[in-house]
Design a protein around this ligand. Sequence first.
Ligand code: FUB
Length: 326
Amino acid sequence: MEKPVRPNEPLVTHIFTADPSAHVYDGKIYIYPSHDLDHNGPDNDNGDQYAMEDYHVLSLDDFNSPCVDHGEALHLRDIPWASQQLWAPDAAYKNNTYYLYFPARDKEGIFRIGVATSSSPAGPFTPQENYIPGSFSIDPAVLVDDDNRAYMYFGGLWGGQLEKWQTGTFKPDAEGPALDAPALGPQFAELTDDMLSFKSAPQEISIVDEDGNPLLAGDEDRRYFEGPWVHKYNGYYYLSYSTGTTHTLVYAISKNPQGPYVFKGKILTPVIGWTTHHSIVQFQDKWYLFYHDSSLSGGVNHKRSVKYTELHYNPDGTIQTIDPYK
Ligand code: FUB
């Protein structure tokens, strides 16, 4: 019998995993991570080192159980429109179907977001012929709300190409806003009832400070970079994300799924490795943060491991900051 997974330790060590999206299905915790590959290629701001080719689904019966790797759930070779780089995925359940949402570069090298379906939370997943029309950039996160409407949050700077879409079309040489201009926010789109396309064109989410002013592009401790996640707690939507260059997970809250979101604070201090990426899930009566770091590989940016830790709220609904190494 394999050992239970302990907090702040890799869920699995036989493969490298990152970007965990955790959900509770059928009373178990399913984790949808990226599957990092071991290679000696370039490591750069374009993210070429993240050269992933497939997805594995992981699960935990509970937090006293070993982690199960359900094997390959989807491979690049089976996605007709994609050329490379299966980055951070998410999953959703609706219509008696499990949906896997994932970014990849299309045949022109532009990141798009695709969807694949399965009758099982562990896959295998069957991809659609084409990416979601109107989709772009990376890091999809899907919230199926209490009224059964489903929203996708997505977008990431630099290698994730978000700044290249500021005019609504892809401009390969476009750069981000000036440092004293409002930062780019994540994108928001409601999904159609069949979960396979957007109801209308994605719109940018505004993240504002405590006085209602948009966070600025130069505010690297707080502005959006990549890796959105939205969960609900006490009637509020919590949008959490990575600040990228300052390597922190932070959050903002709103009464509306589309925002504007008011910045609140830090969730996770920087981890070992350049990227930080997470999800937040309630299991039974506790809340958990799933995240990754590169400690198992000795700090190699693209050889990461998914971990979890418990997350605590203060009585006023703010989240207590976690230092994973204390
Ligand atoms: O895993 C590739 C990329 O690294 C993800 O899409 C980003 O969120 C970052 O974790």
